[in-house]
Design a binder for this molecule. Structure first.
Ligand SMILES: [Zn+2]
Length: 227
């Protein structure tokens, strides 16, 4: 499929309810964004897991995924599974991320996620980032809640291998879950790849995006030269 190319990306916000959501939902996409743009700034917010081994795992994973980019990660310690009871704190944290940044793109859980923590964050994010393209990622898990994805980032076999290595090596605390394995993550990525005619892909959902089709087309090489 012929892609629509974004304009310049200089700063990206990534949000997760739990440590590992970002890597599972959009880790390969984040990796591609950062590899293509060494000067990129990544503003990351995770609502739970602060002051625990899970926060350490998240720091390690984002460092591995984002490579040369400048990563600013905040991990709060809201209670896992009970984030909706802390709506105001969660919303204030997302608003703080917006106020402290000048992002071009936002990646967050999609609002139809069955997990209450993911869903709340997916609902809050577009209400705070009102002037930004917000892409909702999917988190593979026990619930049968996979969305009908409408946007895809195609991935090569090497791209998905790199993502799986990060998941495998950076999150030892999650290795005991029966769904947390290479085969599950690779299987979903292959399915999303089938849907966009690529070897693998990560899929996204968005409520709305605006287009600018009046500007001259810019190839990837041109974009790189201008930075
Ligand atoms: Zn999660």
């Amino acid at each position: 499929m012929n892609p629509l190319h974004p304009g310049l990306l200089q700063e990206v916000a990534v949000l997760g309810a739990h440590c590992d959501d970002i890597a599972i939902g959009c880790g390969a996409t984040l990796q591609l964004i950062c590899r293509a743009r060494p000067g990129l700034t990544v503003r990351a917010l995770v609502l739970t897991g602060g002051s625990s081994v899970r926060a350490d795992e998240e720091h390690a994973a984002l460092s591995a995924l984002c490579g040369p980019a400048s990563v600013h990660l905040t991990v709060l310690d809201l209670p896992d599974g009970r984030v909706p009871e802390h709506f105001a704190e969660a919303k204030d944290a997302v608003a703080g991320l917006r106020d402290d940044s000048d992002v071009d793109l936002v990646l967050a859980p999609h609002a139809g996620d069955a997990h209450q923590d993911h869903r709340l964050l997916g609902e809050i994010t577009p209400t705070i980032f009102r002037d930004h393209p917000v892409l909702g990622y999917e988190v593979l898990k026990w619930e049968s809640d996979l969305p009908r994805t409408t946007l895809y980032q195609p991935l090569s076999a090497a791209d998905i291998d790199d993502k799986l290595q990060v998941l495998r090596t950076c999150y030892p605390s999650q290795a005991g879950h029966d769904w947390f394995d290479d085969e599950a993550f690779r299987g979903l990525a292959r399915l999303r790849g089938v849907q966009c005619r690529a070897p693998y892909a990560e899929g996204f959902v968005t409520d709305k995006l605006t287009l600018d089709l009046s500007s001259p087309s810019r190839g990837r090489d041109q974009e790189g030269e201008s930075r």
